[in-house]
Design a binder for this molecule. Structure first.
Ligand code: AMP
Length: 249
């Protein structure tokens, strides 16, 4: 079975994101970028399934500008087999990405797609679900556990207040949560090997998908800065402040 894993290039999670002065978006110039952390977890899971003999190929796909090729290369250095880069210089919304991925699924015929549960830049949490809907496939979202058997997958889902165990038919789309696994670091030999692994380039036009934006961002703002805390002198002062200032009790 082939596993397809969409990986997105996003601002590195360690970077403090700055809003552009004209509030049209966030500053991307000279900012460190990296693979979306949830997608690293997806890649790790794909590799573990391959190592367990449940998959024979792990293929990465990224939609983005030329530098998205570097993101694919990062996943190839972790151990994935090959990559597909869909070149798009403009911002792509989840629906557009899902349609492009659906077109790749048609060409590649994977038995499983593993996405991150969300991209940490737009926090949309939509692409995997939209892809499953477009394909008419089952979906298991927010996975913190994943087991495959012949024609079905068992997914443990992180839901409010507990874990939900579901069984879904394959082929399926699974979106992964933080606690599924801890992604490996790429070893130096694997980084070297990754340089020789193939990355195919595909254009949006070739896939016949309209990626024109449907949403308009009207304004991006910094979150309100937090006020400094204070130290109270006694329990009664604390209770008084909670009651009369914060009005929470
Ligand atoms: P989102 O719906 O934007 O929060 O993204 C959810 C997941 O969809 C990500 O974790 C990726 O697995 C995938 N994805 C979103 N955008 C892209 C992209 N431009 N290229 C490849 N995969 C993507």
């Amino acid at each position: 079975m082939k596993i397809l894993i969409p990986v997105k290039r996003v601002i590195d999670y360690n970077v403090k994101v700055r809003v552009k002065p004209d509030q049209s978006g966030v500053e991307l110039a000279n900012v460190k970028m990296a693979m979306n952390p949830f997608d690293e977890i997806a890649v790790e899971q794909g590799l573990r399934l391959k190592e367990a003999g449940q998959a024979d190929e792990v293929v990465l796909v990224s939609v983005g500008p030329s530098q998205a090729g570097e993101t694919i290369r990062t996943g190839l250095a972790m151990g994935a087999d090959r990559g597909i880069h869909i070149e798009a210089d403009q911002e792509t919304e989840p629906l557009a990405v899902a349609k492009l991925l659906a077109a790749v699924v048609e060409r590649e015929a994977p038995g499983l797609v593993i996405c991150g549960k969300q991209a940490i830049d737009d926090d949309s949490n939509q692409t995997g679900q939209m892809l499953a809907a477009l394909l008419g496939w089952a979906q298991g979202t927010f996975a913190s556990g994943l087991d495959l058997a012949a024609d079905k997958a068992t997914v443990i889902r992180e839901v409010d207040g507990g874990l939900e165990h579901i069984e879904i038919a394959m082929p399926a789309v699974v979106t992964v949560d933080l606690r599924l696994n801890e992604p490996r670091y790429a070893s130096l030999p694997n980084i070297m090997k990754a340089k020789k692994k193939p990355i195919d380039a595909l254009s949006v036009a070739e896939l016949g998908v309209d990626i024109a934006p449907r949403l308009k961002i009207t304004k991006v703002e910094e979150p309100a800065s937090r006020e400094a805390g204070i130290k109270v002198g006694s329990v009664s002062e604390l209770v008084d402040k909670l009651k009369n200032d914060a009005k929470v009790i």
